[in-house]
Design a protein around this ligand. Structure first.
Ligand code: SAH
Length: 348
């Protein structure tokens, strides 16, 4: 992949300009156009001489990710974007509207190699990592298309962010840069299935980005049934790394728990979970699993979700049931991309 302007920090952009024989300020101008004014082409950069725009267009063309399908929920304001990248890869991003503003759910990889049983993103394996610029553009293109300002992002789309650690961190820091979007780290969440090396590095970063851990089970046996990563990372070690994170950051960890009927949704499972999490600064987010046709796993009845929640409440573990958005537009990870590809294959 050639270097894209979108992947560079402001300082790197100034260096790049020098490399091209231009004054450093040109690099900063371009950076501002891309990350503050959300330009997608040199044509829009009106304070650059026309001759320079033409030269750059030849030497370093800007590729902007391209929406190929947009689905709007009729139940709520959720919008799902399917994007095509420069190499033809497909990724998806979701825009959600909450009382506190607009949140974009960003993909960090094309596909995923973690193999979670309930997840559609992983069905075709990992195709490649996304660059920081490709993650940024998911936010920028949606802001432009929808004419809105996005206040929060969650790295919870396709992919495992800690399997693409450096680019994800660069994405967060460019989004945070005061001269660009200036998004507060506190408005960002990274969700991981629990890669320990990444977790330790993330703890050392010491930035107030919210950490979410996909736990989905009260013990290793059940976790192994749902998540292959559990064969490599024991829950004890995972929870110990989370404790270390809370000690260092003083911040709460969010545990995501997708309830799967008959697998991890009993009151006994809830009690065991509460025992394991006791004393850990955390919050549990319950999500009835979104059925994925290929997987044959179903979510529990609403009443069972509430029984699970009640046990955690009794045990004084902070818990919420996730509001389900975009149910009518293939809300769950990877489903739109997967369906689009299947349809395209059917067409031939
Ligand atoms: N790889 C990262 C982030 C992507 S998935 C991670 O594992 O956290 C974002 C969240 O959606 C994770 O908690 C994931 O387990 C969950 N998820 C994936 N498929 C789901 C489904 N069908 N129903 C409910 N949650 C799902």
């Amino acid at each position: 992949m050639p270097v894209s302007w979108f992947d560079l920090t402001e300082a790197q952009s100034a260096d790049k300009a020098r490399e091209l024989g231009l004054p450093a300020f040109r690099g900063r101008q371009i950076w501002h156009w891309l990350h503050k004014s959300l330009a997608s082409q040199y044509d829009e950069m009106t304070n650059l001489p026309l001759s320079l725009r033409e030269r750059l267009q030849k030497e370093m063309p800007i590729f902007s990710i391209r929406p190929v399908q947009v689905q709007r929920s009729v139940l709520d304001d959720t919008v799902k974007y399917l994007f095509e990248l420069e190499d033809g890869s497909l990724i998806e991003s979701v825009l959600m509207h909450y009382h506190h503003g607009y949140t974009v759910c960003v993909s960090s990889q094309v596909g995923c190699r973690m193999g979670c049983r309930f997840c559609a993103s992983t069905l075709g394996g990992l195709e490649r990592d996304l660059s920081a610029g490709e993650m940024l553009q998911q936010v920028y293109v949606i802001e432009r298309e929808e004419k809105i300002q996005v206040s929060h992002i969650v790295v919870m789309g396709c992919g495992e962010p800690f399997d693409n650690y450096d680019e994800v961190m660069r994405f967060l820091s460019i989004l945070h840069a005061p001269e660009g979007q200036n998004m507060s780290f506190r408005n960002m969440t990274v969700s991981t299935c629990g890669l320990l090396d990444g977790l330790k590095r993330f703890t050392e970063e010491d930035i107030p980005v919210t950490l979410a851990i996909s736990l989905h089970a009260p013990n290793d046996d059940i976790r192994k049934q749902l998540m292959p990563i559990a064969n490599r990372v024991a829950m004890d070690d995972l929870l110990e790394a989370c404790r270390a994170y809370t000690r260092k950051s003083g911040r709460r960890v969010t545990f995501e728990y997708a309830l799967v009927k008959g697998v991890n949704d009993s009151e006994e499972n809830a009690r065991e979970l509460a025992r394991r999490l006791k004393g850990l600064l955390c919050h549990v987010n319950l999500i009835p699993v979104n059925p994925v046709a290929e997987r044959g796993l179903a979510g529990p009845e609403r009443s069972q979700v509430q029984r699970f929640e009640k046990v955690l409440n009794e045990e004084q573990i902070p818990v919420t049931i996730r509001r389900e958005l975009g149910r009518d537009i293939d809300g769950a990870c990877g489903q739109l991309r997967r369906r689009h590809r299947t349809e395209m294959e059917a067409i031939g």
